[in-house]
Design a protein around this ligand. Structure first.
Ligand code: SF4
Ligand code: FES
Length: 344
């Protein structure tokens, strides 16, 4: 099995593992951010470039570096490969450039956007972006569109990550959702605003990393940080029935799929994502419809977990590194200088 070193941490991984997957096996701060890759959607990744890393040594057989940053979600590890993410200032600078590009056309409407508080682009720009833009041209603008009676598309906010297109293609039947036009004119379309009329179309909301696709049954009801998430389930004939209920007081304001620490829909034991059907998502908003499993543990950094989990997560990651422990049962070795904060 190939051994790869990422930010001075060695890990042995199965053949065919991508750099991103290897980094996720290690966990902690060295994991590159992702905006388009989604592990349960085939052919996702390779669109946004936020996951770029520097490959300092291609492999043990051919130690030459790769001259340009590579998308870690689309690059397979080679035995002896040496990769740098947060320990490479050039890589961080390159990623800041990617963030600047992603934000070129993105409106600054976070105060009125339903995704605020759980927006991956907010997190990305806060952690990897710069405080100013150099863009002087008008941003492109679209009118919001109804995609059926439950989903709203705000194309102004879309970063063209293609995740919703993959959902429409791979999870729903009868595809009518895609990207039309190219370059500056590219936009998500349902071919003349046709409703996506099938049981799993609501999952496009869960995969959208920004506030471009939102749930019309929840829009403007509450900021997400005023809600309390609980995991719950019901017997459903169409889907797993495993959901997250977002409560305000006694009222269920929103139902979503359960997400993991990477912001992706959780997988079942067979390794398939537990997508939820539209009936569970949009029509079961009564507490009596559900059996509560317990409070949600928010792993991902967000305003919901602010001051509660983040510190814990970092301590955990650092401890694992210091111990050379084996997260997810995989061998991790600490490289020389891995814990030295001056190590660039
Ligand atoms: S609407 Fe959302 S999920 Fe679809 S391409 Fe745009 S950003 Fe991605
Ligand atoms: S996450 Fe790798 S290119 Fe988008």
């Amino acid at each position: 099995m190939p051994i790869v070193t990422i930010d001075d941490i060695k890990i042995e991984v199965p053949e065919g593992t991508s750099i991103l997957q290897a980094a996720r096996m290690i966990g902690g701060d060295i994991v590159p951010p992702t905006m388009c890759y989604y592990s349960s959607l085939k052919t996702s990744g390779g669109y946004c470039r936020t996951c770029i890393v520097k490959v300092e040594q291609g492999s043990a057989k051919d130690p030459r570096p790769i001259p340009k940053p590579v998308a870690s979600c689309r690059t397979t590890v080679m035995d002896g490969m040496v990769v740098r993410n947060i320990t490479s200032p050039e890589n961080l600078e390159a990623r800041a450039g990617v963030v600047e590009f992603l934000l070129l056309n993105h409106p600054l409407d976070c105060p009125v956007c339903d995704q605020a508080g759980e927006c991956h682009l907010q997190d990305l720009s806060y952690e990897n972006g710069k405080s100013e833009t150099r863009y002087e041209f008008p941003r492109r603008e679209f009118d919001p569109i109804d995609i059926g009676d439950k989903i709203k598309l705000h194309m102004n906010r879309c970063i063209l990550c293609y995740r919703c297109v993959k959902v429409a293609d791979q999870i729903t039947d009868g595809r009518c959702h895609g990207v039309i036009n190219r370059g500056e004119a590219a936009e998500i379309s349902t071919y003349i605003e046709q409703a996506i009329d099938n049981d799993f179309s609501g999952n496009v909301i869960d995969v959208c990393p920004v506030g471009a696709l939102t749930d019309k049954t929840f829009r403007f009801k509450s900021r997400v940080w005023y809600t309390k998430p609980l995991d719950a389930h019901r017997d459903c004939k169409k889907c797993s029935g495993k959901v997250r209920l977002w409560y305000q007081g006694e009222e269920v304001l929103r139902v979503t799929a359960r997400k993991d620490e990477w912001g992706e829909v959780e997988k079942n034991e067979a390794g398939n994502a537990d997508w939820i059907c539209n009936e569970c998502r949009f029509d079961k908003k009564e507490a009596k419809d559900w059996t509560i499993d317990g409070p949600t543990k928010v792993d991902r950094h967000s305003v919901i977990s602010a001051n509660h989990y983040e510190g814990l997560k970092m301590i955990k990651a650092d401890t694992l590194r210091m111990m050379g422990a084996k997260p997810h049962g995989i061998k991790v070795e600490l490289g020389e200088g891995a814990l030295d904060p001056n190590n660039k």
